[in-house]
Ligand binder design. Structure first.
Ligand code: AMP
Ligand code: ZN
Length: 194
């Protein structure tokens, strides 16, 4: 794969390495926004944040904390920004997941200023409603992964479904929606349990 960060990880391109463990590497950004501007990335190639496994995210964030703490202490910085550009529209140039750590100094004359707009009436509530109803929690993701092992179109009876709901600690309505999503059918129930 033609990825400059993979080449750095493999030692084919040099870098000013700050930190390395089994899963993560960190080195100085070659075109820094300020002294100590660093990158933290997984050794495994993921194009971006959405591609990464949750285990890897924990490892990267742990390394970010270690690197940021050391940078701040050694450079006598007053704080730091951590950011990630995800996707071309967000300014991602290198498509190998990486966080930026930028040490900040009280008078560093660097102004990261976002505009602040106003929502139209009802727009904010609509976004909240749309997004929260589509949100998949890690728990729900685990349930979906377990349910995906049940063959599609397999029919469950009400007792089996109730047992599943209990096992996953979710309401029968929630279970019904998840079963629909996985196209797992329930045997016709005369009591309308689901
Ligand atoms: P972005 O993809 O926009 O989040 O940022 C990529 C960052 O990688 C930029 O800040 C570049 O300066 C940095 N960069 C590109 N090539 C190298 C390299 N060979 N060594 C260190 N940093 C690099
Ligand atoms: Zn890569």
């Amino acid at each position: 794969m033609d990825c400059i960060f993979c080449k750095i990880i493999q030692g084919q391109i040099p870098c000013q390495k700050l930190y390395e463990d089994e899963h993560v590497i960190s080195f100085l950004d070659i075109y820094p926004a300020g002294p100590g501007h660093s990158l933290v990335l997984p050794k495994t190639h993921f194009d971006n944040l959405l591609e990464a496994e949750s285990e890897v995210l924990g490892q990267i964030m742990q390394a970010c904390q270690t690197v940021a703490k050391t940078l701040q202490a050694v450079l006598k910085a007053d704080g730091f920004n951590i950011f990630l550009n995800n996707g071309q529209a967000a300014g991602q140039i290198i498509h190998h997941l990486h966080y930026h750590i930028l040490p900040r100094f009280a008078n560093d004359d660097l102004h990261i200023k976002l505009p602040s707009h106003k929502y139209q009436p009802g727009e904010m509530e609509q976004i909240q409603k749309d997004v929260s109803s589509d949100m998949v929690s890690p728990d729900k993701e685990q349930i979906l992964s377990d349910l995906s092992k049940i063959s599609p179109n397999q029919k469950l009876n009400c007792t089996q479904a109730f047992t599943l709901a209990q096992q996953y600690k979710i309401s029968k309505k929630e279970l019904g929606e998840l079963l629909d999503q996985q196209q797992i059918k329930l045997r016709n129930c005369q009591f309308g349990c689901f």
